[in-house]
Design a protein around this ligand. Structure first.
Ligand SMILES: NC(=O)c1ccc[n+]([C@@H]2O[C@H](COP(=O)([O-])OP(=O)(O)OC[C@H]3O[C@@H](n4cnc5c(N)ncnc54)[C@H](O)[C@@H]3O)[C@@H](O)[C@H]2O)c1
Length: 242
């Protein structure tokens, strides 16, 4: 019960990792507030993370409904596959808007509410793509690298408070779901392409399970990680150790 009584805002909550994080928050006694640009039964509020007004509305709803906010998981994200040469400026801007501006706005707009908590934590979902490059992920690499450094700035600002607002970035490798499918969509045999990625780049010889990455997010949200801020938690089966 690492998150007993805690209210945690999770963006991209309808997706593969977002839904696993919400389930893990609940398992640990917390209450997730689930937002996504997509509507559905597992979403508390429809919310496009690129909209500042949308963030303000979500925070006002949380304050009205729960009276507190103890954690924020900036999880919503998109990918466009393409080298620097092949990526259209519009796609680059879209990826940066969702993956970077969305995280910036979340930290900024939720700040006053998080500040009232007795120990708030922000988890910004980056990727191994925020640590190492890939020829065909120009926009995604740029965005996830930005999330990594933005998180450090947020952490340093939060450290000036008493109690501090902690902020860490989380760096998963490939998980099953939409994003993995998008990455191999151009391959002749997508399943074989996934297997080739795992064989070439993953010492644990399998994809990450969403529950494993969600467990890392719960750890960063909880008092178990009270001395961690501005850090990068890598959850990648050893991929970036290669
Ligand atoms: N899947 C992977 O292999 C992988 C690996 C490393 C990091 N990540 C990161 O994990 C996070 C979650 O990815 P996922 O695998 O669950 O992907 P997913 O596609 O299953 O889920 C992403 C969710 O974000 C939502 N979303 C997209 N644009 C949005 C917007 N503008 N506003 C609000 N919500 C929006 C989608 O509707 C979707 O529900 C992302 O930040 C992604 O970059 C994923």
């Amino acid at each position: 019960m690492l998150l007993e009584g805690r209210v945690i805002l999770v963006t991209g909550a309808a997706g593969a990792l977002g839904s696993a994080i919400c389930a893990a928050v609940r398992q640990h006694g917390g209450t997730p507030f689930r937002t996504d640009i997509a509507q559905g039964p597992d979403v508390d509020a429809r919310h496009d993370v690129t909209s500042e007004a949308g963030w303000a509305g979500v925070c006002a709803t949380i304050e009205r409904r729960h009276g507190r906010l103890d954690g924020l998981v900036n999880n919503a994200g998109i990918i466009r596959v393409g080298s620097v040469e092949a990526t259209a400026l519009a796609d680059f801007r879209l990826v940066m808007a969702v993956n970077v501006e969305g995280v910036f706005l979340g930290c900024k707009v939720a700040w006053p509410l998080l500040r009232e908590s007795d120990g708030a934590a922000i988890v910004n979902v980056s990727s191994t793509a925020g640590l190492v490059g890939s020829a065909d992920h120009a926009a995604y690499n740029a965005s996830k690298g930005a999330v990594r450094l933005l998180s450090k700035s947020v952490a340093l600002h939060g450290a000036r408070l008493d109690p501090p607002i902690r902020c860490n970035s989380l760096h998963p490798s490939l998980m099953p779901g939409n994003m993995a499918e998008t990455i191999v969509a151009g391959a002749e045999d997508p399943q074989a392409a996934i297997e080739a990625i795992v064989a070439a780049r993953n010492p644990l010889r399998r994809l990450a399970r969403t529950e494993e990455v969600a467990a890392a997010a719960v750890f960063l949200l909880s008092p178990m990680s009270s001395y961690m801020t501005g850090s990068e938690l890598v959850c990648d089966g050893g991929a970036t150790a290669l």
